[in-house]
Design a protein around this ligand. Structure first.
Ligand code: NAD
Ligand code: MG
Length: 404
């Protein structure tokens, strides 16, 4: 008997995770169909994806881009074009949708991830910022609706694979003493503070092991990515902060580990290619072919480990402090980071200014209880405004960067 096709909505389809997701889906045409694709404004990429994957719906946030997409698809495709938040919510909550890949970048992903959780969907969560910002709300929505939350971030996917889970994909903590969250150390692992001070956006985005979008690449270089993942791990697996230890592992072959009370440590290994965690999420609890080359341990030869250096990479400490403060502090930390990273990518501030902006915002914006989405969004807005004011006071710095 044929099993029905699983209908997948891919949010952030034109990005790095979105493209890898479509690659895995295309390898299994008798198991998955693309229900919807959604992106911000990348018209040409979305047009090509619509023609190749024939989704029922395509959503673009940008109204002009959506109008142009509709015109370009007229006569050659049955795909219906939708626009904006309303369109996004429609393709996440539709009764036909089984599975939502949440791969929008940044805080912009929270409303759609939350809508998928409230609608009880299977969520493949790449958008870590939505958990960092609204972890309390998201986990509550998942529990209430019976949604299934499968982590796609490679570290959390590894932890998920190494933890005992029940039939509903809910990880248990029986016998678990702690989680060892691995970090590659990023492109500046050996750089001095003085070198990082002069780092360019392209240098920050040149990750040694992973090919990713620019925002997460900068986060990896500053170790804020590990800070966000630290928060993500606490929410996803219901861990206390002292149960999550960050270990630098430059080869990115071990994607994270779970340590048990009997002394066992379980690890998940593989080549650094996001199609492995994506295939695991799509297929769970079965395994799917992903197109990833088999791991060659002899060629890998070495697996090294070292402690993170929080003096050169203060973002990790800032994320830890935000967890300790609790409430909306994590949303404030995330928002300040997004503003600082965008300013760095535009050449407005130095790489080493990123943690300075975040610390300044965390000191100035008070955290409150994250009771509703409106409260979390207000904290996000306040933090962005505060970061903007701090940056506006740094006119000289801006000129410096353009000259260097
Ligand atoms: P990317 O920049 O390559 O792609 C982002 C996607 O989001 C694009 O399709 C873009 O059009 C869309 N988008 C941006 N703003 C939007 C908005 N306001 N509304 C709707 N769509 C919007 O990013 P990426 O590297 O694919 O990362 C996506 C998410 O996955 C991030 O949260 C990142 O932290 C997480 N993640 C990525 C990787 C990776 O290897 N790239 C690994 C782990 C986790
Ligand atoms: Mg990761």
């Amino acid at each position: 008997m044929n099993t029905p096709l699983r209908q997948v909505s891919v949010l952030g389809s034109t990005g790095s995770i979105g493209v890898s997701t479509l690659d895995v889906i295309a390898r299994h045409p008798s198991e998955f169909a693309v229900y919807a694709l959604a992106a911000n404004r990348s018209l040409e990429a979305m047009l090509a994806q619509c023609l190749e994957h024939r989704p029922r719906y395509a959503v673009l946030m940008d109204a002009d881009a959506a109008t142009q997409l509709e015109a370009r698809l007229a006569g050659c495709s049955d795909t219906v074009v939708l626009q904006g938040e309303v369109g996004l919510e429609q393709v996440v909550t539709a009764a036909e949708v089984d599975c939502v890949m949440a791969a929008i970048v940044g805080a912009a992903g929270l409303p759609s991830t939350l809508a998928a959780a409230n609608a009880g969907k299977t969520i493949l969560l790449a958008n870590k910022e939505s958990l960092v910002m609204g972890g309390h709300l998201l986990m509550q929505a998942v529990r209430r609706s019976g949604a299934r939350l499968l982590p796609i971030d490679s570290e959390h996917n590894a932890i998920f694979q190494c933890m005992p889970v029940d039939g509903e994909a809910r990880p248990g903590l029986a016998g678990v003493s702690k989680v060892l969250l691995t970090a590659s150390g990023g492109p500046f692992r050996h750089w001095s503070l003085a070198q990082m001070h002069a780092a360019t956006p392209d240098q920050a985005c040149a990750h040694p092991n992973w090919s990713m979008g620019r925002k997460i690449s900068v986060d990896s270089a500053s170790l804020m990515n590990k800070g966000l993942e630290f928060i993500e791990a606490c929410w996803l697996f219901d861990l206390r902060p002292d149960q999550v230890e960050v270990v630098v592992h430059p080869q990115s072959i071990i994607h994270s580990m779970v340590q048990y009370t009997d002394g066992s440590v379980l690890a998940q290994l593989g080549n650094p290619d996001m199609r492995t965690p994506i295939a695991y999420g799509l297929g769970w609890p079965q395994r799917l072919a992903s197109g990833v080359a088999p791991l060659d341990l002899i060629a890998t030869a070495r697996l090294d480990f070292e402690a993170p250096d929080e003096a050169r990479f203060p973002c990790l400490r800032l994320a830890r402090e935000a967890v300790a403060t609790g409430g909306t502090a994590m949303a404030i930390c995330n928002a300040a980071n997004e503003v600082a990273v965008a300013a760095f990518l535009e050449g407005g501030i130095r790489f080493t200014d990123i943690p300075v902006v975040i610390e300044g915002v965390l000191e100035r914006v008070a955290a409150v209880e994250p009771e509703t989405l409106a409260v979390v969004e207000a904290a996000d807005g306040e933090a962005r405004a505060c970061a903007g004011q701090l940056l506006a006071g740094w006119g000289l710095n801006k000129a410096d960067v353009k000259l260097s």
